[in-house]
Design a protein around this ligand. Structure first.
Ligand code: HXC
Ligand code: NAP
Length: 297
């Protein structure tokens, strides 16, 4: 999963000032693994208190230990199934009890796997929708009620995907759910803006993680369909690049950004969209004869 083609130290370097998130408490759902772990670790480095949640407490506790050792910050690990509103409410109450208040929510938890849609059971379709859409809605609802009641200018950051707006075959439940989260992002940005609550989203392209790659590119599919070949920059994303953007969007430095979805994919989705983009396969020397032909037309 290493990103061999990268030659840019900025991509692996923290961007914000050391104390950019000092005093803030941030909840990261799905924070025990993958991108949630990477973003949470950077929030800690910037001075935040962190709450990480998912279904597996053993995974969370191991990650919390590693994060605290690496950053010196404080991490609360709470088992919470985002599909269950009671779980979410209890997780919020516990977070407030330990840290005094909560300032930001990163809706990062997700479920996904590739499958032709006609092979899915109704339960399989719901399994993904429930984690991604219902889970993000449950957490946003609980935090929104709390922030409005307490007059806290909170911030919600939703991790979606670029196929939330393009759609994608073979991951239809995920596309439907992420599309719903995008609609929720723009809707709440307007509705809760008057309470000082900002709602934004990030649409990442490929950022290799164990959880995603095992379910989306199992076995030799990772070589056969190497995602970096789909990206104009010819590389996948570095976790720190995503963490830099996420930290900016939950920080007060992005205080006037509300209802925005920021794509971070090296140009991947646009490459798939442009009518003539596949012409990059034409060798340079062929363009002389092509030019002659088009001039004759
Ligand atoms: C077909 C499947 C299936 C598969 C499960 N099911 N896996 N059907 N193909 N590969 C079916 C089951 O048979 C069952 O239906 C239903 O789905 C629910 O399965 P469970 O295992 O009971 O569900 P659950 O324990 O809730 O697990 C949810 C999960 C699992 C989504 C299936 O993969 C999970 O826990 N994922 C969490 C982490 C994750 O997915 N990370 C990747 C995010 S990546 P029946 O009818 O038999 O009861 C991502 C990246 C996007 O989002 C963009 C990348 C570029
Ligand atoms: P990951 O490591 O598998 O992360 C998913 C997390 O969600 C896990 O920690 C999982 O923990 C948690 N989760 C699943 N179901 C849950 C539930 N019901 N309640 C609470 N937590 C639950 O995969 P990732 O690649 O880091 O993905 C993180 C986010 O980035 C997702 O939103 C994904 O859609 C998005 N994304 C990833 C990529 C990419 O290239 N990796 C691209 C675009 C978008 P438990 O199993 O312990 O519950």
């Amino acid at each position: 999963m290493s990103n061999t083609s990268i030659n840019n130290t900025a991509a692996t370097t923290g961007m914000l000032k050391d104390d950019a998130l000092k005093g803030k408490t941030i909840i990261v759902t799905g924070g025990g693994t993958g991108l949630g772990k990477a973003m949470g670790t950077y929030f800690l480095k910037l001075g935040a208190n962190l709450v990480i949640t998912s279904r597996k407490l053993d995974v969370l506790e191991k990650t919390a230990g590693e994060m605290e050792a690496e950053t010196g910050g404080k991490v609360l690990a709470i088992a919470c199934d985002v599909r269950n509103y009671d779980d979410v409410q209890q997780m919020l109450q516990q977070s407030v009890k330990v840290f005094g208040r909560v300032d930001a929510l990163l809706n990062n938890a997700a479920g996904n796997f590739i499958s032709p849609t006609e092979r899915l059971s109704a339960n399989a379709f719901s399994a993904v929708i429930d984690i991604v859409l219902k889970g993000s809605a449950n957490c946003s609802l609980a935090l929104g009620k709390y922030w409005i009641a307490e007059k806290i200018p909170g911030s919600i950051l939703n991790i979606i995907t670029t196929y939330a707006f393009t759609g994608s075959a073979y991951v239809v439940p995920s596309a439907c759910a992420k599309g719903g989260v995008l609609a929720m992002t723009r809707s709440l940005a307007v509705e809760w803006g008057r309470h000082g609550i900002r709602t934004n989203a990030i649409a990442p392209g490929p950022f290799p993680t164990k959880g995603a790659w095992e379910r989306l590119l199992p076995g030799d599919m990772a070589q056969k369909f190497d995602f970096k070949n789909r990206v104009p920059l010819k590389r996948v994303g570095e976790h720190q690049e995503l963490a830099n953007l996420a930290a900016f969007l939950v920080s007060d430095f992005s205080g006037y950004i509300n209802g925005e979805v920021i794509t971070i994919d090296g140009g991947e989705w646009l490459q798939g969209a442009g009518q003539f983009n596949a012409f990059e396969m034409i060798p340079g020397e062929m363009w002389d004869s092509i030019e002659q032909a088009t001039r004759k037309a």
